[in-house]
Design a binder for this molecule. Structure first.
Ligand code: GLN
Ligand code: MG
Ligand code: MG
Ligand code: MG
Length: 444
């Protein structure tokens, strides 16, 4: 897909498109859109559409709320679930200031900037996510419950897997929109699913993550279900992750830069340094890859989610795994991100960490083959295995002191993001939770 303006005008005519949604995300990755009738298409394609950014989270700048939307033509797609004729299409946009400079509060712009830095170092960044989510039943008023509609487990087959119809519909819709689906299956927990789509340039993968969530939520609703990307909706069963598979390709020849056939694991120096960088900065980027109070309830032992900062070519328990595939598919899988993360910021943050590893030749420690979860604290300490932040509060402190995160996100987003996360933590910290009532009310 390499659309020109003319292509888009033609497709809109041929397909009877009536409305164009101009999409972008706020700093938390929440999708926003301005809908314009197709009569405005010329103006849209000439970057003339303005909107008032003052009510959008993380966007406000004093005396500067008029922003321009510049559509990325390659993101043009039609929503297959909307009525025909008078179809609805969308374009994902970059946000610009009236003076023609990129708005520093636009997360897509942050990722673009980071990708440019990678190119200057000679690399293109590819990302393939594995997104997990829950499907819950809705009650008679259409409100979500915490009841799942099935008792299925990992890779279970129908008829146990009653969410299969909904998931099938999601896959078909995504394919109609141009996604290449690689796999979809029931996950470990009841009502939990995973759909994997093909890796792409990190920018388009981030766009795809945002689109994916919209499609999954929309189709779930049509099946009377509520889809949630909340990382840990239910205590005692697995949470939902967004394992992030990453690779670098050399700009010079397009070849996978993580592959070295002569190494014992067939990994290049760059791959090792990239892992070293990820491990060094994991505590700093956690606030971006795992942004919610609830994110840290997933990162606990016993539910296939990472807790300790370690890597392994085989073992699935550590933070970083190198899947067995080699050749062009050589990649590093980071297992901490969850699907509540803003994908633009998350991919920018992990790329910054990995590239810092390459720049500074950060050797990763020895891979860990044993089960880290059954080691004692002393054993882990002896082997230098640290852990991810245990709470949003801890993640905030690490992020706040990170020069790398400030540089990567830019002052504007860094400060807005930090401020919002501090408020979120304070709100949570000062509320009285059900756990406290259960534990203390009658005892004291
Ligand atoms: N749900 C697990 C997580 O939180 C992953 C399970 C899996 O994909 N094997 O990361
Ligand atoms: Mg998977
Ligand atoms: Mg999975
Ligand atoms: Mg995985």
């Amino acid at each position: 897909k390499n659309y020109t303006k003319e292509d888009i005008i033609r497709i809109c005519k041929e397909q009877d498109v009536k409305f164009i949604r101009l999409q972008f995300v706020d700093i938390f990755g929440i999708l926003k859109n301005v809908a314009v009738p197709v009569e405005q298409l010329e103006a849209v394609l000439n970057n003339e559409i303005m909107f008032d950014g003052s009510s959008i989270e993380g966007f406000v700048r004093i005396q500067e709320s008029d922003m321009y939307l510049r559509p990325d033509l390659n993101t043009f797609t039609i929503f297959p679930w909307r009525p025909t004729p008078n179809k609805v299409a969308r374009l994902i946009c970059d946000v610009y200031l009236p003076d023609g400079t990129p708005f520093p509060g636009c997360p897509r712009g942050v990722l673009k900037k980071m990708l440019k830095k990678a190119e200057e170092m000679g690399f293109k960044f590819y990302v393939g996510p594995e997104i997990e989510f829950f499907l819950f039943l809705t009650d008679e008023n259409g409100n979500p419950t915490l009841q799942t509609h099935d008792k299925g487990g990992y890779f279970d087959l129908a008829p146990v897997d009653l969410g299969e119809d909904a998931r099938r519909d999601m896959v078909l819709t995504l394919e109609e929109m141009g996604f290449e689906i690689e796999a979809s299956h029931h996950e470990v927990a009841p009502g939990q699913h995973e759909i994997d789509f093909k890796y792409d340039d990190a920018l388009y993968t981030a766009d795809n993550v945002v689109t994916f969530k919209l499609v999954v939520k929309t189709i779930a609703q049509r099946h009377g279900l509520h889809a949630t990307f909340m990382p840990k909706p239910i205590f005692g069963i697995n949470g939902s992750g967004m394992h992030t598979n990453m690779s670098l390709a050399r700009v010079s020849d397009g070849k996978n830069a993580f592959l070295d056939p002569n190494d014992k694991l067939q990994l290049s120096k760059e791959a090792y340094y990239f892992i070293g960088g990820l491990m060094k900065h994991a505590r700093e980027f956690a606030l971006v890859t795992n942004p919610l109070v609830n994110s840290y309830k997933r990162l606990v032992p016993g539910y296939e989610a990472p807790v300790y900062i370690a890597w392994s070519p085989r073992n699935r328990s550590p933070l970083i795994r190198v899947p067995a595939k080699r050749g062009q598919a050589t990649r590093v899988e980071l297992r901490c991100p969850d699907p509540s993360a803003n994908p633009y910021l998350a991919f920018a943050a992990v790329l910054a960490a990995g590239l810092d590893g390459i720049k500074n030749k950060i050797e990763p420690p020895e891979p860990i083959e044993e089960n880290i979860f059954i080691m004692t604290d002393e054993e882990r300490a002896k082997r230098g295995i640290g852990s991810l932040p245990g709470s949003l509060e801890e993640a905030i402190k690490e992020f706040e002191n990170s020069q790398l995160m400030r540089e990567t996100l830019g002052d504007h987003i860094f400060e807005k993001y930090l401020e919002a996360k501090k408020l979120e933590w304070d709100d949570y910290r000062t509320k009285v939770h059900q756990w406290e009532i259960d534990a203390y009310l009658t005892k004291y």
